[in-house]
Design a protein around this ligand. Structure first.
Ligand code: FES
Ligand SMILES: [Fe+2]
Length: 391
């Protein structure tokens, strides 16, 4: 078992004997709040006394969203999932397929995910044992010969891809506008671990980071190996730094692409070159194919809105067997790079009309591309904030 002692800031455990790093909202980006007995209260105030911006886009764009880890949802397993302004019940039927229905039973409102059980491919309510099939229709009621006609719960279209269970969310209640399937590499590559972040920001901010080329060398340049270069700038060249270049382009439809190069330079010598091909698939799904000297790694990123301004971001790592140790290292190092963005997201506000300069042209293009995921009946940010799941 790998040691977790170096990850004291993270909650760290092992999932299927693989590293599983989790970082909560309060753990990143609040270094400016000094230690003291009231620090937690001051962090809480920094979060809630925050302007979120004007003309903020709808919080739940149309698309596929990860709602559960495949490995954690065993056959017959049931999970309560509260995302996208919905209370959901995710379960795995005895045929092995993952399913998702609204949580509340139409009979007297019990939560199917809390004490409910899987029978065949149906979900059974814990309160009076009514059963609902995979389409959400009520199919049996104890003590009654015929289940009441027309009684049903909403079922969500699901797909199981890249180690996660995804649901299709659409404000217009359309069938999926595109389908998702496993990354081709996963036919032979294995799972190597994951990291997970809770980020306070609008969902659009996270994919926009890939089109924001200018931030790369501003935020991601200081060495991951040591923070000495930041404390002692004269050591910067000796310790080395990360240099980045990137190109963002939109595809014909719901996909966009980034080609990214990274060089770790010490005294102008390039000691580590990494190429990445990044594919954004809709609003909440990204694949990063990394090529570095030790072999390829696939990172599958999911971004799922827990509420209007709160995202769960997971990076799942996959690689060929020979590259497994290097991929496991990426769980931590990729997370450390990502954490630099999280520190900014956790305190920023959304700016609807930025003062664009020449180097920001891909941000403008990204926003135009991303707007396809909003539609006429998308819930407004203001309405979502006024009708939160928290009360
Ligand atoms: S509340 Fe679900 S069966 Fe009665
Ligand atoms: Fe970034």
């Amino acid at each position: 078992m790998a040691s977790c002692e170096n990850y004291s800031k993270f909650e760290c455990d092992m999932l299927d004997n693989k590293l599983n790093l989790k970082d909560e909202l309060t753990q990143v980006g609040f270094d400016h709040i000094p230690p003291g007995p009231d620090r937690d209260r001051r962090i809480s105030r920094a979060q809630t006394a925050r302007r979120l911006g004007s003309k903020v886009p709808p919080p739940y764009p149309n698309g596929w969203y990860a709602v559960a880890e495949s490995r954690e949802l065993k056959t017959g397993g049931v999970q309560a999932v509260d995302v996208l302004g919905q209370n959901l019940c995710v379960y795995r039927g005895e045929d092995g397929a993952a399913r998702c229905v609204d949580a509340y039973c139409p009979h007297l409102g019990a939560n199917l995910a809390v004490g409910g059980s899987v029978c065949g491919n149906c979900i059974e309510c814990p309160f009076h044992k009514w059963r609902f099939n995979e389409e959400g229709a009520c199919v049996s009621v104890p003590g009654v010969e015929q289940a009441p006609k027309g009684v049903s719960i909403k079922h969500w279209t699901t797909s199981e891809v890249d180690g996660a269970v995804w649901i299709w969310y659409d404000a217009e209640h359309r069938e999926p506008l595109w389908n998702i399937s496993d990354a081709p590499e996963l036919k032979s590559w294995g799972y190597r671990g994951r990291n997970e972040y809770i980020v306070s920001a609008h969902i659009q901010e996270i994919p926009e980071n890939g089109a924001d080329v200018a931030h790369l060398n501003a935020v991601h340049s200081p060495s991951l190996l040591t923070s000495l270069g930041e404390k002692f700038p004269f050591l910067y060249n000796i310790i080395g730094c990360h240099e980045w270049s990137a190109n963002w382009s939109k595809g014909e439809d719901h996909t966009s692409y980034i080609t990214l190069t990274h060089d770790y330079k010490i005294l102008k010598y390039n000691v580590l070159h990494i190429d990445a091909k990044i594919t954004q698939i809709g609003p909440g799904n990204v694949r990063l194919l990394i090529n570095w000297p030790l072999g390829p790694i696939l990172i599958s990123q999911s971004v799922t809105p827990l509420s209007a301004n709160l995202q769960k971001v997971v990076h799942r790592m996959f690689s060929p067997a020979y590259n497994a140790p290097a991929a496991a290292v990426f769980v931590k190092t990729e997370g450390a790079m990502f954490e630099r963005d999280v520190a900014i997201w956790n305190s920023k506000r959304f700016v609807s009309a930025p003062a664009y300069v020449r180097t920001d042209k891909t941000i403008r293009a990204f926003r135009s591309w991303f707007s396809q995921f909003y539609s006429e009946n998308s819930l407004s940010f203001r309405d979502a904030m006024q009708n939160t799941l928290e009360w």
